[in-house]
Design a binder for this molecule. Structure first.
Ligand code: NAI
Length: 286
C-alpha cells in the first residue's frame, strides 16, 4: 500500500507545503491537505478551475491528485477554544470541523490512518515589528500559530499514525542567528519549534516509533514570506553569500522533505536539517 500524507498549510501553489505535497505525490503517496479556513474557498475554487494544473504536473507526466482538502485553523484545538467572533465570522461559519482535534477525527473517519504528517504553516501578526516593540499578544499569537500548532497536530494525529511513520515541519535560521526584520516573536517561535522537534522526537519515537524532524529552509518568495516584506533582500543575500550561488527552489525543499519522511531516513529523528544552499554555514558575508 502507498503511504498517506496529511499536509497542513497549503493554500496556493507557491509555498513549501505545495512543493512537499508534489514531492510526496511523485513518490507515490496519497495526499490530504489542511487549508487555513479563510483561504479555503479561493484555494478550492482555483483547484477546481484548473488554475494550478501547470504546477500539478509531476515528473512522470501525470497531475498530482489531492484526495481531500480539509479546512483547518491550527490555533484552535477544540470547538470550545473558538471565540464567538470567529465562530460567527462568515468565512468560518460556512465551514465546519476545522479545529485540530476535529480535523484529526475527520481524517480518521475518512481514511483510518496516515503515515506522514507535514506542518508547513506559520503566522505572526506582528512579524514586521522589532522584538523590542512586540506586544505580549502578538508574541503569544506567533508562538500559538507557528509552534504550538505543531505540538497540537502531532498530539492529535499521533494515535492514527502508523508505526514507522514520520512528521516534518519547516523552520528558519532566525531561530539561532539574528535576522533583523523577522520580528514579532517569529524568531522565538522558530526556536521553540526546533526545541520541540527534539523533545517530540523522543516522546513520539518511544511511544509509537514515529520520527520528528524539521527543515531549516532558505528564503522563498511565498505568500507568507512576502507579507514579511524583506524576502527579496533575503533571496539576493543568499544568492550572493551562500556556498551554492543559485536560486533555491521550493522543489528542493520538497525533495528533502520526501527523503526525511521516507524509510531512506529511518535513523534520522530530532534533527534540524538545513536546506538552504549552505548559507547557514557561513560566518562572514562574502
Ligand atoms: P505559505 O504561505 O505557502 O504557507 C503558510 C501557510 O500557513 C499558508 O497556507 C497559510 O494559509 C497557513 N496558515 C497560517 N495560519 C494558519 C492557521 N492558523 N491554521 C492553518 N493554516 C495557517 O508560505 P511558506 O513560506 O511556504 O511557509 C511554510 C513554512 O515554511 C512556514 O513554517 C514558514 O515559516 C517556513 N519557512 C519559510 C521560508 C520562506 O522564506 N518562505 C523560509 C524558512 C521557513
Amino acid at each position: 500500500r502507498g503511504k498517506r500524507a496529511f499536509i497542513a498549510g497549503v493554500a496556493d501553489d507557491n509555498g513549501y507545503g505545495w512543493a512537499i505535497a508534489k514531492a510526496l505525490a511523485a513518490a507515490g503517496a496519497e495526499i490530504l491537505v489542511g487549508t487555513w479556513v479563510p483561504a479555503l474557498k479561493i484555494f478550492e475554487t482555483s483547484l477546481r478551475r484548473g488554475k494550478f494544473d501547470e504546477s500539478r504536473l509531476l515528473p512522470d507526466g501525470s497531475l498530482m491528485e489531492i484526495t481531500k482538502v480539509y479546512p483547518l485553523d491550527a490555533v484552535y484545538d477544540t470547538p470550545e477554544d473558538v471565540p464567538e467572533d470567529v465562530k460567527t465570522n462568515k468565512r468560518y461559519a460556512s465551514s465546519s470541523n476545522w479545529t485540530v482535534k476535529e480535523v484529526a477525527e475527520s481524517v480518521k473517519n475518512d481514511f483510518g490512518t496516515i503515515d506522514i504528517l507535514v506542518h508547513s504553516l506559520a503566522n505572526g501578526p506582528e512579524v514586521t515589528k522589532h522584538l523590542l516593540e512586540t506586544s505580549r499578544k502578538g508574541y503569544l499569537a506567533a508562538i500559538s500559530a507557528s509552534s504550538y500548532s505543531f505540538v497540537s497536530l502531532l498530539q492529535n494525529f499521533l494515535p492514527i499514525m502508523n508505526p514507522g511513520g514520520a512528521s516534518i515541519s519547516l523552520t528558519y535560521i532566525a531561530s539561532e542567528r539574528t535576522i533583523p526584520g523577522y520580528g514579532g516573536g517569529m524568531s522565538s517561535a522558530k526556536a521553540a519549534l526546533e526545541s520541540d522537534t527534539r523533545v517530540l522526537a523522543f516522546e513520539a519515537g518511544r511511544v509509537r516509533k514515529i520520527r520528528v524532524n524539521t527543515i531549516s529552509a532558505g528564503p522563498l518568495g511565498s505568500r507568507a514570506a512576502k507579507a514579511i516584506g524583506f524576502i527579496e533582500k533575503m533571496i539576493n543575500y543568499s544568492y550572493t553569500n551562500a556556498p551554492l550561488q543559485k536560486e533555491l527552489s521550493a522543489d528542493e525543499v520538497g525533495n528533502a522533505a520526501a527523503f526525511l519522511v521516507s524509510p531512506l531516513a529511518s535513523a534520522v529523528t530530532g534533527s534540524v536539517v538545513y536546506v538552504d544552499n549552505g548559507l547557514n554555514t557561513m560566518g562572514l558575508a562574502c
